[in-house]
Design a protein around this ligand. Structure first.
Ligand code: BES
Ligand code: MN
Ligand code: ZN
Length: 488
């Protein structure tokens, strides 16, 4: 789908299959076409359309000078005037994209109300692109998209560059999550990262098992050693500000499959575990967007990719393993594997990549989903300045996030009788305890932990996303990197 941006005064639906407007009960905002205005009036009067925010109503009608019927889409604008929220606009446009596809409209003109500024229009564009995403790699018949071009008319005539870049990055991340493990073993994920690096302009280095062992990443290796598909350490480097020593470290959990290992998951709950690499997918997507937009910032992203499987060679509950940091860990539960891989990835990012700030993103705990549900990212952060930037970045990216307390009293949960620590604590506070486990490896650097176990995957779909991977985290990471940009 291609998007175009135009000034509102040039609005015309001539030659387009569809015309899209926002409407209050009083009027169709910005519309001067008498036939549409009178249709709207009658629809409201007979109660067919309530104009409630983000409700859609569509019908076909003949417009003056048009050969074919035009699909008219009215989007409820609620009570105007009010300040429109970017997220609402994005969601409305996501719904619109799905409707246009269903109604087989190849082209459309969208008229945004006067009150919509650049932000709203850009988010609207992003919503159209995200809403039109579908994943049909595993269908025998591939459907070609019908809706090909949409023109966005607005007062601001906003640029859609960032919308295009972000939507592409988010969709790339969704693709990675939606691929089954069969098509995305650790080595395949590494190849995908390399491809992204070549396409968007960042460096990618991949470490094989012998090299990972050489680095001393014993905790990471322990998790991956039960699978026939061996681990890969994927390192992505982007230097947009070479004069600076500051390096943002993004660390993504890359479990290409998580069976739980010997602490095996029940069968319900295992079937979506190909998505346990959503954190790695998010950092790959974000790196692409950051490099494409040439942000003046240095970022190194690291993904420790492996599979948590059961075999004669798997690690076991009760094992004591070492780690790159030198700290020893008692494996209380092999299903708490993500933190083991992340611990080593964090140490690597600090000691070998010289990162100065750390952000990890991981489908880490079911506890985060219990606490906040399926749409909100749970954050743990030990630095208020970093958190403030992260909260603002999530808002810009229209992603929901909530900070959990970084309460050190929960730390005692991780005490082990035989090793430096164990990898699980009590059930209560599980999301925070997982964060505190990671904090033990951050060597005092400012650190932000994003648990995306809930929002990285949707079983039911939503306005801007189909079934499956959502691309959660990409926008937040992108805007966070942007917040650390050097003055231009
Ligand atoms: N990958 C899971 C977490 C998860 C759960 C992601 C649901 C997405 C949806 C993680 O590796 C895991 O198994 N965590 C355990 C930790 C526990 C053993 C302390 C959990 O949350 O049950
Ligand atoms: Mn697990
Ligand atoms: Zn996992």
């Amino acid at each position: 789908m291609k998007l175009y941006s135009e000034k509102a005064e040039r609005f015309s639906a001539a030659g387009k299959d569809a015309a899209v407007f926002f409407a209050t009960k009083e009027t169709v905002l910005g519309c001067s076409e008498p036939s549409i205005l009178s249709a709207h009036k009658q629809l409201v009067e007979c109660g067919a359309f309530d104009c409630k925010e983000n409700n859609l109503y569509s019908f076909r009608m003949g417009l003056a000078g048009q050969e074919k019927l035009t699909l008219v889409v009215l989007i409820g604008a609620g009570e105007e005037p009010q300040s429109p929220q970017p997220r609402k606009v994005r969601d409305a446009m996501g719904k619109t994209a799905k409707l246009l596809e269903k109604e087989k409209a190849a082209s459309a003109a969208v008229l945004f109300p006067e009150s919509f500024g650049k932000k709203e229009v850009a988010k609207g564009g992003e919503g159209l692109l995200l809403g039109s995403y579908s994943f049909d790699d595993y269908r025998s018949e591939k459907k070609e998209k019908i809706c090909k071009e949409i023109t966005l008319y607005s007062n601001s005539g906003a640029a859609l560059d960032t919308a295009n870049v972000l939507a592409a990055a988010i969709c790339q991340t969704r693709d990675l999550v939606n691929l089954t493990t069969w098509d995305l073993h650790p080595a395949d994920l590494a190849k995908k990262a390399k491809k992204a690096g070549e396409k968007y302009g960042f460096e990618v280095e991949v470490f094989k098992p012998e090299e990972i062992e050489e680095l001393g990443m014993a905790a990471f290796m322990a998790v991956g050693q039960g699978s026939a598909n061996t681990p890969r350490l994927i390192v992505m480097r982007y230097r947009g500000n070479p004069e600076s020593e500051e390096v943002l470290g993004f660390i993504g959990k890359g479990l290409c499959y998580d069976s739980g290992g010997y602490s095996m998951k029940p069968s319900t709950g295992m079937e979506t575990m190909k998505s346990d690499m959503a954190g790695a997918a998010a950092v790959i997507g974000a790196m692409g967007a950051i490099a494409q937009k040439k942000l003046k910032v240095n970022v190194t992203a690291v993904a420790a990719a492996c599979e948590n499987m059961v075999s004669g060679n798997s690690y076991r509950p009760g094992d004591v393993i070492s780690s790159m940091s030198g700290k020893t860990i008692e494996v209380d539960n092999t299903d708490a594997e993500g933190r083991l891989t992340l611990a080593d990835a964090i140490t690597y990012t600090i000691r070998k990549e010289k990162a100065t700030k750390l952000v990890d993103i991981a489908t880490l705990t079911g506890a985060a989903v219990v606490a906040l549900g399926g749409e909100i990212t749970a954050a743990v952060c030990d630095n208020d300045e970093l958190w403030n930037k992260a909260e603002a970045a999530a808002a810009k990216g229209c992603e929901k996030i909530w900070r959990m307390p970084c309460d050190m009293d929960l730390n005692k949960n991780l005490d082990s009788k035989i090793a430096d620590m164990k990898n699980t604590g009590e059930r209560g506070g599980g999301c925070i305890t997982a964060g505190l486990f990671l904090k033990r490896f951050t060597e005092g650097l400012p650190w932000l932990h994003l648990d995306i176990a809930g929002p990285s995957y949707t079983k039911n779909g939503n306005d801007v996303c189909a079934f499956g991977g959502t691309g959660c985290g990409v926008a937040t990471l992108y805007y966070l990197a942007k917040a650390f940009e050097a003055e231009r």
